[in-house]
Unconditional design. Structure first.
Length: 333
């Protein structure tokens, strides 16, 4: 880790470390992480500079700003889902059409869809390759990575009719009820988002089992005495989400998937998917909004199933499906 490091564990340790940011510890990531994130990253800023940047981000993500984003995010999610599903349906649904190439034929439309799929994939590969060569995170990448891990957790958490019929039914019914109370074509509003309580329980349980962050590093800026031990100035301290997320002291049967556990208030500094203290993720409300809107359109518009139902999740140190979590998806009839 580049320097002597102490690992602390438990809610009390989390509180002690996270609530004393800028007082006795400061954020301090390994050099490789700093090079990848960039020295100008908010994660590397300290004191007043950090507070200033966080304030700017927080202002743009205040309630009024998020409320204005809801219709835009709905349009974006619908556009992308419809576009991708339609292209694959055109291409593979007409793969047995007579290979007659003329404008408007089934085969012609399938070829056109296939070229569009290829274009999209090439563009994704091009952007990722450029990003890797420049060692720069793509704009919005942090949010995208978070969403992909959460959705992976939701699906890999076995929210299926076969494994957890009650969980899936509750999740789906919550969104069906929202649609039932809206006129045809009417967009989601922030009031609708507030009704997605069970969906957020599912998301939180997914983040408990597969945290989007493993923890973070701090550096002692003075000698620290904690529980009879001295952590010397200059040493690093690592807190982890797994220390509490997987502890039976805080969560009954911690290895099981049980969204209803979040019906009760969780003690402070126990559930920390977005960190805590002064460095609590400034965009966590945006991430929440993104997740809820995405799940709404997926569960109400599409049926899906995992190609590898028991696919392993690798931790290195963040959770990734070992096969990329391929799914079979089709529009609801």
């Amino acid at each position: 880790m580049g320097s002597p490091t102490v690992i602390v564990n438990g809610a009390n340790a989390n509180k002690f470390l996270l609530s004393n940011e800028f007082k006795i510890v400061v954020s301090s990531w390994p050099s490789a992480s700093v090079q990848l994130m960039g020295k100008e990253s908010i994660m590397e800023k300290q004191g007043e500079r950090h507070q200033c940047l966080r304030s700017l981000i927080g202002t743009s993500l205040a309630y009024a700003g998020l409320e204005a984003l809801v219709p835009k995010m709905c349009n974006s999610v619908q556009l992308h889902l419809d576009k991708y599903v339609e292209n694959f349906r055109e291409s593979f649904g007409r793969s047995f059409a007579p290979p007659i190439q003329f404008p408007g034929s089934k085969f012609s439309r399938a070829r056109k869809a296939r070229l569009e799929i290829e274009r999209m994939l090439v563009e994704v590969v091009r952007k990722k390759r450029k990003q890797m060569e420049e060692c720069k995170p793509q704009e919005g990448e942090e949010g995208g990575m978070l969403l992909s891990r959460l959705i992976a957790g939701v699906i890999r958490g076995e929210i299926t009719e076969e494994e957890h019929p009650n969980c899936y039914s509750l999740l789906l019914q919550e969104h069906v009820d929202i649609i039932r109370n809206k006129r045809q074509g009417e967009k989601l509003t922030m009031d609708d988002i507030k009704k997605m309580n069970y969906t957020w329980q599912v998301a939180r349980e997914s983040m408990r089992l597969f945290p989007p962050i493993f923890g973070s590093f701090r550096k002692a800026i003075t000698d620290i005495e904690y529980q009879g031990f001295i952590i010397p100035k200059g040493w690093k301290v690592l807190w982890t989400t797994y220390g509490t997320h997987y502890s039976a002291e805080y969560f009954e049967d911690p290895l099981s998937f049980n969204p209803s556990r979040f019906e009760e208030t969780v003690p402070p500094y126990v559930f920390l998917p977005f960190g805590g203290g002064p460095r609590l993720c400034a965009g966590y409300q945006l991430a929440k909004l993104n997740i809820l809107i995405f799940v709404h359109f997926v569960v109400t518009s599409y049926d899906w199933s995992l190609l590898y139902p028991y696919e392993a999740i690798t931790m290195d140190p963040l959770p990734f499906p070992s096969h990329g979590m391929p799914i079979k998806i089709s529009p609801k009839l």
